[in-house]
Design a protein around this ligand. Structure first.
Ligand SMILES: C[S@@+](CC[C@H](N)C(=O)[O-])C[C@H]1O[C@@H](n2cnc3c(N)ncnc32)[C@H](O)[C@@H]1O
Length: 193
């Protein structure tokens, strides 16, 4: 797997336009809630940071180079950056909102990762996820299988089913907002119960 340290320099250029609709939808949900504390997991280069209002945000990412770019983004939020994987970070408090934007498919051990998400959230926490999900039927599931070898090199898992997250982590799906390709890319609202 290519580390995100190598992708950092092209990341914004390659994905800014594509992610715009998803990140805007995600951030509208965050900004429309009354939540003041946010955990932004796998913040990457911080493409969504300019969209925050005035929340207190903890932004985590294991890639130093992605974080370096994130720190340069303009934002109204009060952000504390942590250079770590979520699994190894030493945060003990819980958050009102947790954001996972295009992260889940890049995580090595989803089970451990999602268990950590659960310890950092309460019954009231809103967990918002932006990402692609492999459909159970249709041509896109074959596309995901086809892209899998390239995805492995670039650091993401193209075959990625929504039911796996829900079942593995025992989370509740409150809503799905389709972004592209009839919900292949979507924004999810999850709850820790
Ligand atoms: C596809 S990028 C998404 C970046 C950003 N959220 C966005 O929407 O543009 C995935 C990011 O997740 C980070 N990441 C991968 N595994 C992680 C983990 N276990 N804990 C925290 N971040 C992780 C990577 O370093 C990378 O910056």
């Amino acid at each position: 797997m290519i580390s995100y340290n190598y992708l950092a320099f092209v990341y914004d250029l390659a994905l800014r336009r594509f992610y715009k609709k998803g990140l805007t939808t995600l951030m509208n949900k965050v900004n429309n809630s009354s939540s003041k504390t946010v955990l932004d997991v796998g913040v990457g280069t911080g493409l969504n940071l300019p969209l925050y209002r005035t929340q207190k945000v903890v932004a985590i990412d294991p890639s130093k180079k992605m974080l370096k770019k994130a720190k340069r983004k303009k934002t109204n939020a009060n952000i504390k950056f942590i250079n770590s994987t979520l699994e190894k970070c030493e945060i003990n408090n819980t958050f009102e909102t947790i954001i996972l934007a295009s992260v889940l498919s890049t995580v090595k051990n989803k089970r451990v990762f999602l268990q950590k998400i659960k310890t950092l959230s309460t019954y009231n926490t809103d967990i918002f996820v932006f990402g692609h999900f492999t459909p159970e039927k249709g041509i896109l599931r074959y596309l995901d299988l086809l892209v899998q070898p390239i995805g492995k090199i670039l650091g993401f898992n193209s075959v990625f089913k929504l039911k796996d997250i829900i079942n593995e982590a025992d989370l509740t799906l409150k809503s799905i907002e389709p972004i592209y390709l009839g919900g292949y890319w979507s924004v999810l609202h999850l709850k820790n119960f």
